[in-house]
Ligand binder design. Structure first.
Ligand SMILES: Nc1ncnc2c1ncn2[C@@H]1O[C@H](COP(=O)(O)OP(=O)(O)O)[C@@H](O)[C@H]1O
Ligand SMILES: [Mg+2]
Length: 471
């Protein structure tokens, strides 16, 4: 929860010294004149230990690429400029500006796919408001991320607690929802003024808990005497309002903005801005930004993905002690990101589905060829028995197979078997060695893992104990 007073520090407000590289000694702020100075050896009376030498070496390697704080490449950083979102920023400001005159703005819904700049645009407008002296004490921004605060109780409690003047005014857990509602109403009405309540990822809240709590919030003004609340909902799901009760829909939808995805050229501009702020001049090869933008465009114009690629490419280059970030680093970053996504995807599967995938991977690993559905079911049942679990019915397994296919982890292919005979085989679409450890994190699958030397794990292949996998 972010209340007005709990704003995280913005990097653009840091003193110039905080923007200098670890190796710089002067007080320059002009980037072009910043020489790439080596880090001077720290004066030491006693000989440095070998671990100090290692850290020195790592730091020395690092200072070559970065000019500014690497936080600038993080998702949470709010840059001074938002290329290709000027119009949306102006519209959001226009809709909310009546608050500065003490009038209640219309409720606003912002839609757009992931990474289209919805959160950062609202953050930027919020920062602008907080710079205005006339907003002081009269306009309060509150922001909740409903991806994590996704139940009616936790939502009302979190908003109420962000306004609680003392510890004893905080709303504990275990009250009735009505009581929390009353306490929240009293908190909001205490100070007076306009409250701009940002419900980010509002679609997640509705998917998890329905729209009842939105109804409560949308009509809270009828219960307030000194304060008033405008709602700003942000949704990644373009069809989100179709899940809403008609009354809630019309209340929330007073104003509506749709953020289109970025194209490759737009993503390049966004990355270029960040690169100028964060990297030393000349260390980013031509082609790097283009490639990051092109990859991210293939995946629906997501600025978050584009920034993640650039950040990871820089980290890989740094670890390799490279003097420059090259297109090859971006290619490596892309594979790494894909692996991270696969691992994350595996972690969220139900345990039985993990066991199923585990047995498919084992068979595929052994054969390096497609496996038949019947064989998969047998292997899965054997694995369940060894884990002391009851195998699911083959119908549920068929559903799980479809789910794994939809997620892109496996693929069913039709192969001909001579004389016009055709069968369906399952092939694996993920890097096997890297996927096993993600599956084995599940405690139910823990018996499949035998600890080995430090940092290493053996994944047991029960079908063939001589063939085990080392991760
Ligand atoms: N126009 C832009 N200019 C600069 N950075 C942007 C722009 N749009 C998005 N970003 C950055 O991309 C990332 C994702 O944006 P975000 O606002 O979180 O997307 P959304 O909320 O639509 O999923 C953030 O790090 C954000 O700072
Ligand atoms: Mg967002």
């Amino acid at each position: 929860m972010e209340g007005e007073g709990t704003d995280r520090p913005r990097l653009e407000k840091l003193p110039d010294t905080a923007r200098m590289s670890p190796g710089s000694t002067g007080s320059y702020t002009d980037r072009a004149s910043a020489p790439a100075l080596p880090i001077p050896e720290p004066p030491s009376r006693t000989p440095p230990s070998s671990s100090t030498n290692v850290i020195d070496a790592v730091l020395r390697g690092k200072s070559d690429l970065f000019f500014g704080s690497r936080e600038i490449l993080r998702e949470s950083y709010v840059p001074a400029r938002l290329p290709h979102r000027e119009e949306q920023t102006r519209k959001v400001a226009e809709i909310l500006v009546p608050a500065l005159r003490g009038d209640l703005p219309s409720n606003l819904l912002i839609y757009g796919k992931i990474g289209t700049g919805k959160t950062v645009v609202v953050q930027q407008v919020r920062h602008e408001f907080q710079r205005r002296p006339e907003a002081e004490g009269k306009v309060t921004f509150l922001a909740v991320n409903c991806a994590t605060i996704d139940t009616p109780y936790s939502l009302l409690q979190t908003i109420g607690n962000s306004l609680a003047p003392t510890e004893s005014d905080r709303i504990p857990t275990g009250w009735s929802l009505d009581r929390v509602h009353t306490a929240l109403r009293d908190q909001i009405d205490r100070k007076g003024g306009i409250y701009l309540l940002v419900l980010d990822e509002i679609d997640r809240l509705v998917a998890r808990s329905g729209d009842g709590v939105l109804y409560t919030l949308a009509q809270i003004n009828t219960e307030l005497s000194r304060s008033r609340v405008a709602l700003i909902g942000i949704s990644n799901d373009l069809k989100f309002t179709s899940h809403l009760d008609a009354r809630v829909r019309s209340r929330l939808n007073e104003e509506k903005l749709v953020f289109p995805p970025y194209d490759a050229a737009m993503l390049e501009d966004i990355l270029q801005d960040r690169a100028k702020e964060v990297f030393r001049e000349g260390v980013v090869d031509s082609g790097v930004i283009k490639r990051c933008a092109a990859y991210a465009t293939l995946e629906s114009g997501d600025a978050r993905r584009a920034l993640a690629l650039l950040r990871l490419a820089a980290e890989i280059a740094e670890r390799e002690h490279a003097k420059r970030i090259t297109s090859e680093h971006v290619v490596k970053a892309k594979s790494r990101l894909e692996l991270d996504i696969i691992a994350e995807c595996c972690r969220t599967l139900p345990s039985q589905c993990k066991i199923l995938l585990y047995s498919i991977l084992q068979m595929y690993e052994r054969r390096r060829a497609g496996v038949l559905t019947g064989e998969v079911y047998e292997a899965y049942s054997r694995l369940c028995q060894r884990l002391g679990l009851e195998p699911l019915h083959s119908r549920s397994i068929s559903n799980y197979l479809s789910e794994l296919e939809n997620l892109g982890l496996i693929r069913a292919v039709v192969v001909s078997r001579g004389r016009g005979g055709r069968t369906r085989e399952i092939v694996v679409d993920v890097p096997i060695a890297e996927t096993f450890p993600a599956l084995a994190e599940d405690p139910l699958l823990a018996p499949l893992v035998r600890p080995r030397g430090p940092g290493q794990t053996i994944l047991t292949n029960f079908d063939n104990p001589d063939r085990t996998f080392t991760a």
